[in-house]
Design a protein around this ligand. Sequence first.
Ligand SMILES: [Ca+2]
Length: 110
Amino acid sequence: MAITDFLAASDITSAINACKAKDSFSPKMFFKTVGLSKKSPTEIERVFKILDQDKSGFIEQDELQLFLQNFAKGARTLTAAETRAFLLEGDSDGDGKIGWEEFSALVKSS
Ligand SMILES: [Ca+2]
């Protein structure tokens, strides 16, 4: 199961290109551009499961850092500042990782 099964290749390209410069990544902007905000809860959950690479039920910091590479293999890693900002934006209960409900809320508010 790949992310490209749910999202249009052209939207992925646009979203990746919009944050090519270091420290220009914004989770909400990305989710909107890539078309995820408009997807059904089931599809958003599938994407969450892909991002949760070790299947822990949470997206942790190391997985956030590799976030863009789930969408395009050659994409850059997020910088430490971007990873921290992503976590702060999504982690509403402050446990240092992003759970399914937090991810869903972040995507839908995009
Ligand atoms: Ca995980």
